[in-house]
Design a protein around this ligand. Structure first.
Ligand code: ADP
Ligand code: ZN
Length: 733
């Protein structure tokens, strides 16, 4: 091969590929994935990566030579690039966009770290008692950063130097991997639990299916012991010398999981990967993964792109969570879809787990005979049956119209027993809208077509989409009367009301407004776990993962708020949220209670959530999906066309839709593809951009998909109009 395609990261331009000539002396050793130095314009020599080879280059221009191979060991493989190419095609985006999301930027710049390292050599009886203690301690570590060891053993540099001079230890400078797990280094390992009852059945059933090309679903109620089943399967896989990728939907859950894994499998074999570990740590974990030094990688969405070698099993826990899908920026990938492809590449099984599976996942698992169920909690503690408080009846007698009498009574009794309470309010902020009592005008964000929300903590109105803030207007912008008032309820108001009702209780709030403080969320969850908080108020962020046996009451303040959104997945999301949050109650030895406050007690998704009956919910839901040709009976590709100029956006959307329809007919795809729209998006204006959408429904045909991908690849948009392509969108708002 004559030319190499290399990837460079240029300030201001991002990641791009260029062609370079391969000098003769490099021809035998050059490989895909190697880091190289290349000359680049006025910047001189810069770092680059080999991503491909070719005999020819398009056009007739002079290309420069690669200057040097920096490291002969590649950092990714051809297989890896093939996966990224597949992702680019599936999500109708270009390869470089995917590379950009997958590769940590620092990988392209050298970023190693050298440190003093101490290791154990020998002991004898010439040692003092204290020296002996130090060596005993060092033995446990084999090798350790000197600074860290001095801390652990509570000793000094002078003492260590003395030990070195007498030949008991060795100290030298070494390349050190930054290990984001060092916080867990004192963790004691413990054996795996023996599985019991339903766990054994699920485990054996799954074992018999490990050759399956299709995802395996473990549908187990909250606290049925799914994680322990995964652990057993992991053990089997790593015993055969293969590696495991384990995904959790968000960083906090991935950290909890990593800790559990480190306890079971030892810290040395486990690594963590998510968007918040530092670039330096990413660089190091990447190297260790590529060198096959890690057996279990736990992480959030982006870990699906980490170069774990020799994969023998992929597990995705809480698979129904929207967080597995990247909504912005492109590539708008779903880690579950990428993981399925990755599993096929490695001929490894993919296990999806949830108490409330995605409707499509459940549908496919049933059809493929790949469904395993655990219906009881591990410790037999019963699932709390939610009690419904019809607010049409109880509303008037409740505290400020918001906290009903029965809920107040339950909170009081729970606190008296010294137990803990979770209150879910799925809207943040203080109120939900600000309205003029005289003319009915609602104050909207000037850039987005949605109401501004009052935040009492910052004393500002705030837009939840673009974060714009403004002070509370004295007069209505429409009629000029001084009669503006806030209405509706958000988490901040609940927090205030609860503090008024229970002045003695320790009350905290968790929602994305507190996330401005790094780790605030994890800290609060930890304090709640330790019993330092009595009542936790929050959005759906508190519905996930909490395993606190002392929580015996869960109250949902406005249980219908999730269902009223005009989106085909609204019922599914509402059902999942209510079932998940109900599952936080009574996980230990004490019985749990769950109260749903609602104005629509008869709605089906609500009724099934109340009885925690997934099958019943699924039956009704899948019928309506089939009737309207929604997933899993079709695949949706959503196009959003937006511009600061309303008319330009609409015109452009119309042109695209027209061309799409014409081409579909011309090439004979009408049977598979249906184009809907353009229509204004439900959120018509966002960040100052007017939005129109086109939905393409594909009746699950690969040819249809390839056609869409090609069609979109050819569209060139004018500068003032944006086109966003979202394959399998989470919502269509
Ligand atoms: P899930 O993942 O289904 O929510 P977990 O696996 O976290 O449930 O199990 C819930 C609790 O029960 C955990 O504290 C777990 O350690 C414990 N547990 C589950 N299975 C066993 C077992 N076989 N032996 C002992 N404890 C178990
Ligand atoms: Zn806004």
């Amino acid at each position: 091969m004559k030319y190499a395609m290399v990837l460079v990261n240029i300030k201001g331009l991002g990641v791009k590929t260029f062609s370079y000539l391969i000098p003769d002396e490099m021809k035998d050793i050059i490989k895909i994935g190697q880091a190289v130095l290349v000359p680049f314009g006025r910047q001189g020599l810069i770092n680059a990566f080999i991503v491909g080879f070719s005999e020819y280059i398009p056009g007739d221009f002079k290309v420069k030579k690669i200057n040097k191979i920096l490291d002969e060991t590649p950092l990714f493989s051809i297989k890896y690039l093939k996966l990224l190419e597949w992702v680019a095609n599936y999500y109708c985006t270009d390869f470089v966009t995917v590379l950009n999301a997958a590769l940590p930027m620092k990988l392209i710049e050298k970023n190693a770290k050298y440190e003093l390292v101490v290791s154990y050599i020998k002991e004898d009886n010439k040692l003092t008692k204290r020296q002996k203690e130090i060596l005993e301690c060092l033995k446990k570590y084999k090798k350790c950063s000197l600074i860290e060891f001095e801390n652990i053993a509570k000793t000094t540099r002078a003492t260590m130097k003395k030990l070195e001079e007498s030949g008991y230890v060795e100290i030298r400078e070494e390349y050190i991997y930054r290990n984001p797990l060092s916080i867990f280094k004192d963790i004691e390992t413990e054996p795996l639990y023996e599985l019991k009852g339903e766990q054994i059945e699920a485990y054996e059933g799954i074992k018999a299916k490990l050759k399956s090309q299709n995802p395996i679903l473990l549908h187990g109620v909250t606290a049925s012991g799914k994680t322990e089943v995964y652990f057993k399967l992991i053990k089997d896989v790593i015993d055969t010398g293969k590696n495991v990728l384990f995904l959790a939907p968000e960083i906090a859950l991935a950290s909890q999981l990593t800790k559990r894994l480190a306890r079971k499998f030892g810290i040395k074999d486990v690594a963590i990967w998510h968007s918040s570990i530092s670039e330096g740590e990413k660089y190091d974990v990447w190297q260790r993964l590529y060198k096959n030094e890690i057996k279990i990688l736990a992480g959030a969405r982006s870990a699906v792109f980490a170069p774990l070698q020799n994969i023998g099993l992929i597990i995705i826990d809480e698979e129904h969570e929207g967080a597995y899908k990247q909504t912005t920026p492109a590539p708008r990938y779903d880690a579950r879809v990428v993981a399925k492809r990755l599993a096929q590449f490695h001929q490894a099984p993919l296990i999806l787990g949830s108490a409330t599976p995605d409707v499509s996942t459940y549908y496919y698992a049933t059809n493929n005979n790949n469904l395993f169920e655990m219906k009881k909690r591990y410790n037999d503690s019963p699932l709390a049956k939610p009690q419904v408080i019809n607010m049409q009846e109880y509303g008037k007698a409740s505290y400020k119209g918001i906290i009903s009498k029965p809920l107040q009574t339950e909170i009081t009794e729970t606190l008296e027993r010294g137990q803990q309470v979770i209150l879910l309010m799925n809207r943040r902020g203080y109120s939900t809208y600000t309205q003029c009592k005289a003319c009915g005008t609602v104050i909207e964000c000037p850039d987005c077509s949605i109401p501004m929300i009052w935040h009492s903590s910052i004393k500002q109105l705030k837009c939840h989409y673009c974060n714009k803030e403004m002070s509370f207007p004295d007069y209505c912008p429409s009629c000029g009367n001084a009669s503006l008032a806030t209405s509706g309820v958000g988490t901040q108001k609940i927090e205030v009301l609860i503090k008024e009702l229970y002045p003695e209780a320790k009350v905290e709030r968790i929602d994305s407004d507190i996330l401005t403080r790094k780790n605030a969320h994890i800290e609060l969850l930890n304090r709640f776990q330790k019993g330092e908080i009595d009542i936790l108020v929050g959005t759906q962020m508190i519905a996930k993962g909490l395993d606190n046996p002392n929580v015996t009451l869960v109250g949902v303040l406005s249980a219908d708020s999730g269902f009223s959104v005009p989106d085909y997945r609204a019922s599914e999301r509402g059902f999942q949220l209510l079932t998940q949050v109900a599952g936080r109650a009574g996980r230990g030895e004490y019985k749990g209670k769950v109260l749903f406050q609602t104005y629509n007690p008869d709605y089906y998704a609500f009724q099934t959530a109340k009885s925690q009956n997934y099958e019943k919910f699924f039956e009704t839901e899948i019928k309506s999906r089939q009737e309207f040709d929604y997933p899993p009976f079709s695949q949706i590709v959503r196009l959003i066309i937006s511009s600061e100029n309303n008319f330009r956006a609409e015109k452009s959307a119309m042109e695209i839709a027209m061309r799409l329809t014409t081409m579909t007919e011309k090439f004979g795809f009408s049977e598979y593809l249906e184009t809907l729209g353009p229509t204004p998006c439900i959120i018509e204006k966002l960040n100052g951009y007017y939005r129109f959408q086109i939905l393409i429904k594909n009746k699950l045909s690969q040819k249809g998909h390839d056609f869409i991908s090609k069609f979109l690849g050819k569209i060139i948009m004018p500068k003032d109009i944006r086109l966003a392509v979202d394959v399998d969108p989470l919502d269509i708002l």
